[in-house]
Write a protein that binds this ligand. Sequence first.
Ligand code: GDD
Ligand code: MG
Length: 363
Amino acid sequence: MKALILVGGFGTRLRPLTLSVPKPLVDFANKPMILHQIEALVKAGVTDIVLAVNYKPEVMVAVLKKYEEKFGITITFSVEKEPLGTAGPLALARGVLGKDDSPFFVLNADVTCEYPFEAMRDFHLAHGGEGTILATKVEEPSKYGVIVMRPGSTEIERFVEKPVEYVGNRINAGIYIFSPRILDRIELRPTSIEKEVFPRMAADAQLHTFDLEGFWMDVGQPKDFLTGTCLYLSSLAKRSPEQLASASEEFVHGGNVLVHPSAKIGKGCKIGPNVTIGPNATIGDGVCLQRCVLMEGTHVKDFAWVKNSIVGWHSSVGRWSRLDGVTVLGDDVHIADEVYVNGASVLPHKSISSNVCEPGIVM
Ligand code: GDD
Ligand code: MG
């Protein structure tokens, strides 16, 4: 089977992390976001993956080429000269996607869930229409694509991208399966699949929806990245609890904690709930961590407190310092001792030595 992952866009909403690394390579629960998707696709029998890239392709190629051998799959980089939107990349990759009659998956690279690829494929083949959209329900639908169903069926009557007025709360989860026939609808030019292709497919009664069970999150902005991490950890606790730190560990304060085996943790720490600690991280003594993400090589010094925050690669937090309020430290940021940082986005390679009390960007 085949799949295309949309990995373009500048990931502006996930800055400052995406100033150093393209969004799909940002670590989510200790591995690149896109690797979660690739592993799930491989498990469902996908052997041909196209990555539709338009930003920092050389970085992506370097990291992802090694997965070809590891998983025994073919990864093709389809590089756009200008951003082709969410539909144009399908036309550019027509050679791979349309090479046979079998359906192919399309994924937004920034969504996390328990990817139900096999069930989607069976459902898609059974209804025989051109496309199936994975759907979930949210409380705040206005920042997503909203699906209106034909009563009593799985058919989509209307698709409205980022509606200004409320039309419903069943939304596009950013994961699709299509028959190659869809390629006849898409030209090689910048095109939005959500605004230009889905409404027409719905009008032609060719678009169905498959309801997702369990958690879902678009992790393309820091607040949602933290929420998505919590949801992912709860799901991991049910599926494979052995991957989480055992509640009997001295440092586990409660809830789900994921610690990379190479991380070092000092004495008398209170860690959890909802914490991920990356490779080679060093945590001092008496550190308190709650609802936060520490990337690779981070150093949280003695008695620091990190809550509701993301600490980027190789950054450090000083003794007795405190981060809160969705603070995001970019790569290689250093917070001095006894400093309070609330809701700041700190650009890579900065040092901070005085309090930042109001949310904002620190350049
Ligand atoms: N190759 C390529 N080229 N990829 C692109 C481009 C482009 O020009 N523009 C965006 N993408 C990729 C992004 O990297 C992302 O993986 C995906 O397309 C969707 O773009 P986002 O910018 O994340 O869109 P969104 O989150 O506002 O909305 C989309 O996702 C929602 C679910 O999270 C839409 O598909 C909504 O309908 C959906 O509900
Ligand atoms: Mg998104």
